[in-house]
Design a protein around this ligand. Sequence first.
Ligand SMILES: [Zn+2]
Ligand SMILES: [Zn+2]
Length: 117
Amino acid sequence: MEPWTLRKKSRCYNCGQLVDHTIEIYPNQVFVRCSNCRITRSYVIKTVYIDRGDVIEEEKNRRHLYDNWLLEKEAECSNCKKHTFHDILITVAGVYIRCRSCRFTRYYRFYLIYREG
Ligand SMILES: [Zn+2]
Ligand SMILES: [Zn+2]
């Protein structure tokens, strides 16, 4: 799987600026980085499964300290190999990425915060 890169404009919890955040998604890790202060949250893969329920619907309204982000990305699914949309939910606690075609889901849990040098 090629890494996916997405952007989301949001107020940074660290520097307080309304700026782009870069989201890099790898098979085993996700990085969310503020383009201004470079503070970075990292997540590591916890599990992969076929979502029989609707984990994104359940998790997207769960309240955390910061806003949840719901994004989408058109790309080849590593499971069904179709070029299709994926729903991407990012919370402070975890990241969920689900293929809209086969519902293959990757769940990454929050790992640590650091400032990229
Ligand atoms: Zn920042
Ligand atoms: Zn798929």
